[in-house]
Design a protein around this ligand. Structure first.
Ligand code: B12
Length: 232
């Protein structure tokens, strides 16, 4: 559309720009998303607001239309790619807070599951809050988690699953940790759209976290509690 080609992002006001970003994310326009992220940052927006109000909110629209059969995998992949472009700009800014080291987290998506946007967001927010994060990627069998926890001397294990078919695998990982007698050495946090608190409890996780912000708060509280217990 000729009209859309003429849009100059920097001339839009904040509200119009955010709306345009939702459209551009929907259309998988990575360069436009990157440009718009830079504009909002230059206008004094916090990286967190850009992330939640522009990118995550836009991705929610994509998610709804994917669910309703309006969008299909290729389009969603393009949208995800555009989102990742924006996130890459925000990552160093979120990590820049210079907060003291809070603890170390190993995070990964479970076996059979390749969704990684939510996991990446959690990793970024945790880094921004002063945690050291080791991201072991997607499609992880139990061995990968155990090896990384041991190698990294981590405090926290984070597992992500976006499919109802892959979420039960989290229990496999936790049960294996129990068998090996190492379950209680770690704080286990789980997340992903199809999960809920009840599921988290049922599989023996320490907590289910609805989103990245909740994860940060939960991790902080649990690490503080662990330190207190050790000090007692
Ligand atoms: C993007 C996407 C894709 C992309 C993934 C790209 C990528 N690099 O990640 C692609 C196109 C590849 C894809 C593929 C598939 N997908 Co898909 N996908 C989505 C979609 C639209 C958005 C997910 C997303 O990124 N959301 C945005 C992020 C920010 O949210 P989030 O992931 O929930 O993460 C937040 C929280 O959950 C939490 N969190 C997440 N992880 C963690 C981890 C920890 C430790 C903690 C504490 C918290 C936490 O914090 C995050 C940030 O706030 C969802 C729809 C939806 N509503 O979720 C479907 C969805 C998850 N996909 C679905 C399906 C069916 C598939 C496919 C099977 C489709 C197919 N027929 O091939 C394949 C599966 C491939 C596989 N084996 O994994 C279904 C799942 C249905 C179900 N009940 O199981 C959904 C729900 C869509 C639907 N309604 O049909 N998908």
């Amino acid at each position: 559309m000729a009209d859309e080609d003429d849009i100059i992002l920097s001339e839009l006001d904040d509200e119009e720009l955010v709306q345009q970003m939702h459209d551009d994310l929907y259309d998988g326009l990575k360069e436009e998303i990157e440009e718009a992220v830079n504009i909002l940052i230059a206008r004094g927006w916090t990286p967190y607001d850009v992330l939640t109000k522009a990118l995550v909110a836009g991705m929610t629209v994509v998610g709804n239309d994917f669910r309703d059969g309006i969008l299909f995998v290729p389009e969603v992949l393009l949208a995800a790619n555009a989102m990742k472009g924006g996130m890459a700009i925000l990552k160093p800014l979120l990590a820049e807070t210079g907060a003291p080291r809070m603890g170390k987290m190993v995070i990964g998506t479970v076996k059979g599951d390749i969704h990684d946007i939510g996991k990446n967001l959690v990793a970024m927010m945790m880094e921004g809050a002063g945690f050291e994060v080791v991201d072991i990627g997607i499609n992880n069998p139990v061995e990968n988690y155990l090896e990384a926890l041991d190698r990294e001397g981590a405090d926290i294990l984070g597992m992500s699953a976006l499919l109802t078919t892959t979420m039960p695998y989290m229990k496999v990982v936790i049960d294996t940790m129990k068998e090996k007698g190492i379950r209680d050495n770690y704080i286990v946090l789980v997340g992903g759209a199809p999960l809920n608190e009840e599921f988290g409890k049922a599989i023996g996780a320490d907590a289910y976290c609805r989103d990245a912000a909740v994860t940060v708060e939960m991790a902080k509280a649990m690490v503080a509690r662990k330190h207190n217990q050790m000090g007692a």
